[in-house]
Design a protein around this ligand. Sequence first.
Ligand code: ZN
Length: 109
Amino acid sequence: MLTLHCPYCGVDADETDLHAGGEAHLKRASTGSSDDAFEDYLFMRENPKGVHFERWRHAYGCGKWFLAARCTATLQVFGTYRAQTHEPPQDIKDAISAQRPGWSWGNFR
Ligand SMILES: [Zn+2]
């Protein structure tokens, strides 16, 4: 079972207490952007087998949204962090690099 640490209330929450919210760090298509850019924003997702950044909600806890970095193949969690960040904290990127040398995800590495 997947267990994620909620960065707001400090609880290690089981998967059944959480609600998945899809990919993290999406860049919203701006006003006046092309149809292709808007289509990419709405429908195109990374969906990797490996390192992934996701949105989760502590639905049966504090109710807040947070972000998690984990491996989709092994369920290894590299860390969780508050949702109001534009990119993963450096300590989480370092933890991923230590476990998965050469990884990249979108513009992150
Ligand atoms: Zn919480």
